[in-house]
Design a protein around this ligand. Sequence first.
Ligand SMILES: *[C@@H]1O[C@H](CO)[C@@H](O)[C@H](O)[C@H]1NC(C)=O
Ligand SMILES: *[C@@H]1O[C@H](CO)[C@@H](O)[C@H](O)[C@H]1NC(C)=O
Ligand SMILES: *[C@@H]1O[C@H](CO)[C@@H](O)[C@H](O)[C@H]1NC(C)=O
Length: 386
Amino acid sequence: MAGRNLCCKFGLLFSLFCFAHVSYSQPAVVAPIVVEEQLLWLAGTAGVGYYRIPLLSYTPQGSLIAVCEARKEGYADFGPKFLAIRRSTDKGLTWGPMDYVLDDGSFYDGISLGAIVVDDETGSVFIMYSHCPHYDHCTVSTTYLVESTDDGKTWSHPRNISEQVGTMMFAPGPGYGIQKKYEPHVGRLIVCGHSTLRGDGMFCLLSDDHGQNWRYGGMLRGIPYNQNKKGGDFMPDECQPIELPDGTIEVNIRNEGGYHCSCRMKVRSFDGGETFPLEHLTFDEALIEPAVAAGLYYNNGVMFFSNPASTNSRSNLTLRWSYDSGTSWKDALQVWAQPSGYSTMTMLKSDPQDGEYLYMLYEKGRVNQTSYEMLSFTRISLYGFN
Ligand SMILES: *[C@@H]1O[C@H](CO)[C@@H](O)[C@H](O)[C@H]1NC(C)=O
Ligand SMILES: *[C@@H]1O[C@H](CO)[C@@H](O)[C@H](O)[C@H]1NC(C)=O
Ligand SMILES: *[C@@H]1O[C@H](CO)[C@@H](O)[C@H](O)[C@H]1NC(C)=O
């Protein structure tokens, strides 16, 4: 269908040629439009102050799960929280009621999100999160993993994986982890995140046995490392990895200090996340940002990127797409002009029609420069029909 749209530009005379050409060429041309929106969480409801840090994932059974931090008191990153979840078993048309995965009671700095990672080989879904990442009322930072083997309905007790990786503060994502689908290291689970602002940097945890054992893989340390930072310093922060069809991993990273530009950092790994060579670090001047977590997704030859497209405010949530793995960005769709913050994207993989929709969950607001008012689930048709 998208191919036909492209052909219209060439006129009837060439349409036969075009049609034949398009049917053999990849990638498909996309024309994204927002076809539906649902507000999954609204600040001040269910006795919760704010809902922040959206995570969204497909499951191997074809469901969608949305997860966030329910911040019981105020909007501060370190107040008491529970980990809220909603599930959809009909491709996002309807959502079950809010449930919770974990509750930290009145503990400060207890649950901090986080990344969802799906193991398509075993069917398990994991949420990795950080405990005590801000050292607020606590002294040891711990990385935890919870697992669901029943499509996100129930979750295991948290497993302390700091016993394997140590207690350096590691804040996964926020977003999703990936499972390698192409050589090298097919089947490997990879979760990338960042550390404290002082010891900032991008770090990835790897598991080669379906989430049983984890270890540190490649990293990109901040400069000056483990010293107090100033504006303009090199501080790779919140990040999202994807895998390209040649097995390369690309991580798109929040540029916390605005080093080089108020735009995104990108780095690549060619050995399954073991190393991220500095010569493969680039700054994407087209992807301007106000220092924020962003969404990244790759499907069928198209790379998608979402963030508030602004150098100075969390507003103007924009979806961009690229047919050359982010070397150039073809076009943009403004999803929400007003306050908007963190965003994440996923696609379902169960049915042939699943390739037609991209799903996004993002922080959205209407008033007073706050992007913390609600979490919006948005269904985007990639070929312009709903
Ligand atoms: C998790 O394990 C590490 C390493 O054994 C330990 O230092 C830390 O205290 C544990 N975390 C919690 C919250 O028990
Ligand atoms: C919003 O982002 C678009 C790119 O999608 C850009 O063209 C536009 O200038 C931005 N608007 C504002 C107010 O920053
Ligand atoms: C927005 O700010 C105005 C002025 O400070 C205040 O009166 C109003 O209550 C605020 N609205 C919301 C929804 O916070």
